[in-house]
Design a protein around this ligand. Structure first.
Ligand code: ZN
Length: 387
C-alpha cells in the first residue's frame, strides 16, 4: 500500500461527511412517512416519496404488489459508458410498525443517534444507497455495471408478492447488495443467514361432554401436547437447526373435550440440505391417539443464505474497501431471514447487512448511530464503483 495513504481522507468518505445533514434530512422524511406492511396506501405513499427523491438520478418504475403496496425499481444514471452486467441493491419499503406509531415514538435526534420506527430496518439503509449513487455521480466515478435498487413492499411479512421479481432481477446480476442493518452495535456485515419457515399443525379430535361422555371424546389439546413435545425435539442445536412452537390455539370451553387444536411452529436451518431433515421429521408425525387426525402444512419459505465462495469474495472486497477508510468491518451469521436469502440461494454472490449501524430493530429503542452514517454511505459507493 502507498505510504501516507491514510493521511488523506478517502474522497467518498469526505463526500458522505459533507452530505451528512442532507442524508439525515432524507432519513427523517422516510421515517416520518409511515409504511406498515399491512397498509398498502401508506406503503404506496412512501414509494411515491422515494421515487420523487431519486427522479433526478434514476429511471423509476413500479410493479403491482397484489394485496401489498407496490414494489419500486430504480435504475440509476451513473458515469461510465459501457454497462457490463448489473448490480442489484435490495431494500424494503415496509416496516413492522403500525400506523400511528409516530405519535408515541416520533423521529428524533439525540445521544448520538437517530430514533424512530423503521429508522434501522431499513429506511436509513435506503437513504445511504441513494446518497452513495449521488457520490458516484458528483465525484464522476465511472461505474462498469448497470445499478438497480429494488424496494419490496412485503419483506417483513415473507416477500410472497415480491419474491419472483427479486429472483428475476438477481439472475441478471453479478452481485446483490442488501441494505438491511448490520449485526450488533458494530454493524457486522451478514455473510450467512439461516433458512426460515413455519409449519402449521392442526389436530382434529372428537368433541364430547367432559363430564357426561368423557370416554367418547378424543382430546385434540392432549394430542397436540404430545406432538409438540416430539416436534420440539427436532431441534439440533449442534447443527444450528431450531424448531420452535410459537402459537397454539385449541378448544372451546373447559367442560368440552377439545375437538380441534392448531399450532404454528417456527423453523430455522443454516444449510439447504437441512430441508430434507425437516421434511422427513415432520412427515413422520403420526397420531398417538388413533381417533385423532393430523393435518400438516408449510415448510421452509426462505432458503438459507450460505457462505459460498462468491459471498466470501464479495465480503473480501468490502472489507478491503472499508480498510481504505480506516474502518475495520467484521462478518456475522444470523438466524433472521431477508430477501438476500432468495438471491444467495440462486448462487448470486450476496452481501447483506450493508445498511445502517444501530440497535432495536422491531423494538421501541430502534435507533441508528449518527457517526456510522458517513462510512456506510461511502462503503456502498466504493463497492458499486469497484464491482
Ligand atoms: Zn429489514
Amino acid at each position: 500500500m502507498r505510504s501516507g495513504y491514510y493521511s488523506s481522507v478517502d474522497s467518498f468518505l469526505r463526500y458522505a461527511r459533507q452530505k451528512q445533514n442532507d442524508i439525515i434530512a432524507l432519513i427523517r422524511d422516510f421515517v416520518e412517512c409511515e409504511s406498515p406492511s399491512d397498509h398498502p396506501p401508506s406503503v404506496n405513499r412512501f414509494v411515491d416519496l422515494m421515487a420523487e427523491r431519486v427522479q433526478d438520478i434514476a429511471r423509476v418504475r413500479t410493479y403491482p404488489g397484489g394485496t401489498f403496496g407496490k414494489h419500486l425499481r430504480c435504475e440509476f444514471t451513473l458515469p461510465g459508458g459501457r454497462k457490463n452486467g448489473q448490480i442489484l441493491a435490495l431494500g424494503h419499503s415496509d416496516t413492522v410498525w403500525m400506523l400511528g406509531t409516530l405519535s408515541a415514538m416520533p423521529f428524533k435526534e439525540g445521544r448520538g443517534r437517530l430514533w424512530g420506527p423503521g429508522v434501522l430496518d431499513m429506511k436509513a439503509g435506503m437513504a445511504f444507497f441513494i446518497f452513495a449513487m449521488r457520490a458516484l455521480r458528483d465525484l464522476d466515478v465511472a461505474v462498469a455495471r448497470k445499478v438497480v435498487l429494488q424496494v419490496n413492499s412485503d419483506e417483513e411479512v415473507g416477500s410472497e408478492s415480491s419474491r419472483a421479481l427479486t429472483e428475476d432481477a438477481a439472475r441478471q446480476s453479478a452481485a446483490v447488495l442488501v441494505l438491511e442493518p448490520g449485526t450488533g452495535i458494530e454493524g457486522k456485515l451478514k455473510t450467512a443467514r439461516k433458512g426460515v419457515g413455519n409449519y402449521t399443525l392442526v389436530v382434529h379430535g372428537r368433541a364430547s361432554h367432559a363430564g357426561v361422555d368423557f370416554s367418547n371424546g378424543a382430546n385434540a389439546i392432549v394430542e397436540m401436547s404430545r406432538q409438540l413435545e416430539k416436534i420440539a425435539g427436532f431441534t439440533r442445536l449442534d447443527r444450528g437447526i431450531t424448531v420452535s412452537p410459537g402459537v397454539i390455539h385449541g378448544g372451546t370451553r373447559s367442560n368440552v373435550v377439545a375437538a380441534e387444536c392448531r399450532a404454528e411452529i417456527d423453523i430455522r436451518a443454516p444449510r439447504a440440505r437441512d430441508r430434507e431433515y425437516l421434511d422427513r421429521k415432520f412427515g413422520s408425525l403420526k397420531p398417538f391417539d388413533k381417533r385423532c387426525t393430523l393435518k400438516l402444512s408449510g415448510g421452509l419459505n426462505r432458503p438459507p443464505m450460505e457462505r459460498s465462495a462468491g459471498v466470501r469474495k464479495l465480503y473480501g472486497i468490502a472489507s478491503k474497501l472499508a480498510a481504505e477508510m480506516g474502518v475495520a468491518i467484521e462478518e456475522s451469521a444470523t438466524g433472521g431471514g431477508s430477501d438476500g436469502n432468495f438471491t444467495a440461494a440462486l448462487g448470486v454472490p450476496t452481501l447483506d447487512g450493508l445498511g445502517a449501524v444501530g440497535e432495536g430493530a422491531h423494538a421501541p429503542n430502534e435507533s441508528i448511530l449518527i457517526n456510522r452514517i458517513a462510512d456506510r454511505t461511502a462503503l456502498l459507493a466504493k463497492l458499486v464503483g469497484a464491482l
